[in-house]
Ligand binder design. Structure first.
Ligand code: FAD
Length: 474
């Protein structure tokens, strides 16, 4: 701990944003980083408390050694801070940008509502490491002669691939899409995380021996049996892609869409990919209503504003968070993980306790969304109905596990009660002893940081399966 009184003297400061009126004119990242000196001051706020909840079970899923790298940043040893950070997290520039930072919620200083700005510091360390050329391929000294097929190149598949390649195995990543990244590339918009961050990691991983096989849908283009026979182990990291269907009256009307195709189209457009439909979903000049309160919904809000929507209203079934001294008690101050995203701050109207009753239409097209206020059990309260004008509606209500058709059905692996691939968090092995599972495909829809953790831990379990022991960290 560098500065004993730092937390008493220095105010919390996070990275700033471009004003909303500027940032909605483009799709690029809009965070304005703090200077190195400012970041070092923020690191000095860390108390290195005796019980650092930030990296315990309630805090960081990858157990980043946060007090240690805060101290290193404060002491101006950024390269060692980067080494420390990379020892627990393969991709800190991803999480430094888009993690909801459960570490900050768990920070002891959050008792006073002013946690250490851990996420801002993490991004600063990772960005400095890249710009100073400290992030380089780390190929293994020796090869094991064992091979692993990884299906899916989202954060879980990428983290597992990097760990397994560094352990000396031959790693082939099969990806259905033309590029790597999973939801990092095709779900999450560039304004939250530009795709160049993924591209340079792919280059690093290729330098470590990982081979990427793009445009291959396993279960369709390649049979599961071929992979399971051809490799010593297989990792399923295919994500959780089956959208929840609310079965609303009027859902079939023109202008009502699932969120994902809209986000994927815009990401492909920004990435100059050509697989965009002839009549893409466009929010420009429209009144948009987004049904849902999570990250996917927020990303529809931000994307709609950037496409030129006239208005964007977001419907959230949860009650409005409490206010203290005019400050809405959203995350990290309110312990229910209620967050206000930068997209909502771009001018969205948020309706809380809003139960969607159905979609209203005229001549086959959507014209509005019928809602009511919900009670404590989220049931509509009679007499509270209202209609919101809409000519474009996005359904963003989450996902109910992996798509079963194709890979999952073909492999015959057992599923859990929620329809995810069944595998425990210790060994990550499925009902087929050669097949492992990690990330959203095993855990259900979650977060990037959990996908990285699961990829790392599954890699360690696979290494033990292949060689009888492992020096990989968990
Ligand atoms: P995915 O990222 O889903 O990757 C799975 C990959 O497997 C995909 O590339 C897919 O094409 C490939 N694949 C699937 N089946 C096959 C097959 N048969 N053959 C070949 N390839 C296959 N989390 C955060 O922490 N912060 C956020 O801000 C955030 N925002 C989000 C926004 C949106 C719109 C969404 C949908 C999710 C968001 N999340 C966020 C959640 C996060 O993106 C996921 O938890 C994470 O990406 C899961 O990683 P994964 O590797 O398990 O799966």
């Amino acid at each position: 701990m560098g500065k004993v009184t730092g937390f008493l003297e220095i105010e919390r400061q996070e990275a700033r944003y471009q004003p909303a009126s500027d940032r909605i004119r483009h799709f690029r990242e809009f965070t304005l980083p703090l200077s190195e000196g400012e970041v070092a001051k923020q690191a000095a706020r860390c108390m290195d408390c005796g019980i650092p909840f930030c990296h315990g079970p309630q805090g960081c899923p990858v157990h980043n050694q946060i007090p240690d790298w805060n101290d290193l940043v404060y002491s101006d040893d950024w390269q060692e801070a980067s080494r420390n950070l990379h020892s627990t997290n393969n991709f800190p520039e991803f999480t430094g940008r888009i993690c909801p930072a459960p570490c900050e919620e768990a920070c002891t200083l959050n008792l006073e509502n002013v946690p250490v700005a851990i996420k801002t510091i993490e991004q600063a360390i990772a960005d400095k490491a890249w710009s100073n050329g400290w992030v380089v391929p780390e190929p293994p000294d020796e090869k094991t002669g064992k091979s692993v097929a990884i299906i899916g190149s989202g954060p879980a598949g990428l983290a597992a691939a990097q760990q397994l390649a560094r352990a000396g195995h031959d790693v082939h990543v099969y990806e259905r899409e033309p590029k790597a990244g999973g939801l990092l590339r095709y779900g999450i918009p560039d304004f939250k995380m530009e795709k160049s961050h993924i591209d340079r990691r792919v280059v690093q991983m290729e330098g470590e021996g990982v081979q990427f096989r793009y445009g291959v849908n396993v279960g369709k283009d390649v049979q599961f049996a071929e992979l399971v026979d051809g490799y010593d182990a297989v990792l399923f990291a295919g994500g959780s892609e089956d959208p929840r269907d609310p079965k609303l009256p009027g859902q079939e009307l023109q202008g009502v869409h699932n969120a994902m195709p809209f986000l994927v189209q815009q990401n492909r457009r920004v990435g100059f990919e050509n697989a965009i439909p002839e009549t893409p979903v466009e929010a420009g000049g429209k009144h948009v209503v987004v049904i849902g309160g999570g990250d996917t919904a927020s990303d529809c809000v931000g994307t709609s504003f950037r496409q030129g929507a006239i208005s964007v209203t977001q419907l959230d079934i949860r009650p409005v968070p409490p206010k203290i001294e005019d400050k809405l008690m959203t995350w990290p101050y309110w312990p229910t993980k209620f967050r206000t995203s930068s997209s909502q701050a771009e001018g969205a109207d948020r309706e809380f306790s809003a139960v969607t009753l159905g979609i209203e239409g005229k001549n086959g097209k959507v014209v509005g969304v019928k809602c009511a206020r919900g009670d404590a059990k989220r049931q509509p309260i009679p007499g509270t109905e209202f209609i919101l004008k809409a000519d474009l509606v996005f359904i963003a209500l989450g996902f109910q596990g992996p798509v079963k058709e194709g890979l999952v059905e073909q492999s015959g692996v057992a599923l859990d009660k929620r329809g995810n691939v069944l595998a425990d968090e210790q060994n990550y092995v499925t009902s087929n002893p050669k097949v492992f599972a990690a990330g959203d495909m095993r855990r259900g829809q979650s977060l990037v940081v959990w996908a990285i953790r699961e990829g790392r831990q599954a890699a360690q379990a696979i290494d033990v399966f292949l060689t009888g022991a492992s020096t990989l960290p968990r």
